[in-house]
Design a protein around this ligand. Structure first.
Ligand code: DAH
Length: 343
């Protein structure tokens, strides 16, 4: 029947109709859904359809109408979302929100906090002091003679126009601060930043960090110190860690020693950090020189003690495989973000 062919051809043209602008959408509406549309026209031909086919005819015309309505609604919705996008630029309001950028701990803080934790467990409390020190607390009280090379302008940053005020060259200055304001028993740990006038390179910097320890009481011995430092090394570097103490010299301790931990020679980074010896130099230590106690107003006949100063940078570089000390102070977020999972 001719009229059925017409329905088929309208169905095909609805399907093929491409709507990509508001004008095309309106033209489609007029052609298929408007007050004088093609579907209505074809429906008008129902008179010529034999009775037994009228039912099928009705159904097919209704299906045509639904198809046109559906296509129109879909195209209209697409058009609307395009319009929305256009007015918000590229902003997609339905996209999931981006993650909040959380900060992370600096590798130096991670290492210092671990050290503080280890000593806190055996009763050491944190003492914090100034970075701008005077010559007495940094050198004189610590038994460093007037003519000691460390006092030279070449090694120490003095404040402008001053021969007294300086940037502390070690956290040992906290020892004299604490001993002049407290009586024993003293058991402190002092983390902080220190400064020395050194050429900046991949291995050394003019600023770095130390953790100082000081223990003063009656009858404190070298054996107490050794056991405390072994405990520290095993907590810090693993329970099988071996240490060795080498005789050394510091003006404020007598006797003095340096402690190394065994990293071995198996990995490339262990060889590099230990300069091929397997031993990493971790700290300086010793029995507090009685002269230092006296300088700070503590009775050296009654009390004795030990002290140690741990360098942080080398341990941090070993732990996190950092091959250039300058990275630690550059604050490049690409570097810092690598430690975000270690807080
Ligand atoms: N102050 C020393 C330095 O900066 C480290 C040090 C050595 C600290 C021996 C101490 C100590 O407390 O007993 O190299």
């Amino acid at each position: 029947m001719e009229v059925f062919d017409k329905i088929d051809s309208i169905a095909a043209s609805i399907e093929k109709y491409s709507i990509s602008s508001a004008a095309e959408l309106e033209a489609f509406r007029i052609q298929f859904l408007g007050s004088k549309n093609e579907i209505k026209d074809v429906f008008g031909e129902i008179k010529s359809v034999p009775n037994e086919q009228k039912k099928e005819f009705g159904q097919r015309v209704n299906a045509l109408k639904s198809a046109a309505e559906e296509k129109f609604a879909k195209a209209q919705e697409q058009m609307q979302s395009l319009l929305n996008k256009a007015s918000f630029g590229d902003l997609d309001l339905s996209a999931p929100a981006s993650d909040l950028q959380l900060g992370s701990r600096h590798p130096i803080s991670i290492v210092m906090n671990r050290m503080i934790d280890i000593f806190a467990r055996i009763g050491f409390v944190v003492a914090e002091e100034r970075e701008i020190e005077d010559d007495w607390h940094n050198f004189t009280a610590m038994n460093t003679p007037e003519d000691h090379p460390a006092r030279d302008m070449q090694d120490t940053f003095y404040l402008k126009d001053s021969t007294i005020n300086l940037l502390r060259t070690h956290t040992s200055s906290v020892q004299s601060r604490v001993m002049t304001s407290q009586q024993p028993p003293i058991r402190i740990i002092a983390p902080g930043r220190v400064y020395r006038n050194e050429t900046i390179s991949a291995r050394s910097h003019c600023q770095f960090h130390q953790v100082e320890g000081l223990y003063i009481d009656k009858k404190v011995s070298f054996a107490d110190m050794k056991q405390t430092l072994l405990y520290f090394a095993r907590e810090m570097y693993g329970e099988k860690t071996e240490i060795r103490l080498r005789p050394s010299f510091f003006p404020f301790t007598e006797p003095s020693a340096e402690m190394d931990v065994w990293l071995g020679m198996e990995t490339e980074s262990a060889r590099r950090l230990t300069k091929g010896t397997g031993w990493l130099e971790v700290l300086g230590c010793g029995m507090v020189d009685p002269q230092v106690l006296t300088n700070c107003g503590i009775d050296a006949n009654e009390y004795s003690g030990y002290a140690f100063g741990i360098g942080i940078e080398r341990s941090a570089m070993q732990m996190f495989n950092i091959n250039d000390i300058r990275l630690i102070f550059e604050n490049d977020v690409r570097f810092l973000r690598q430690f975000s999972s270690l807080i």
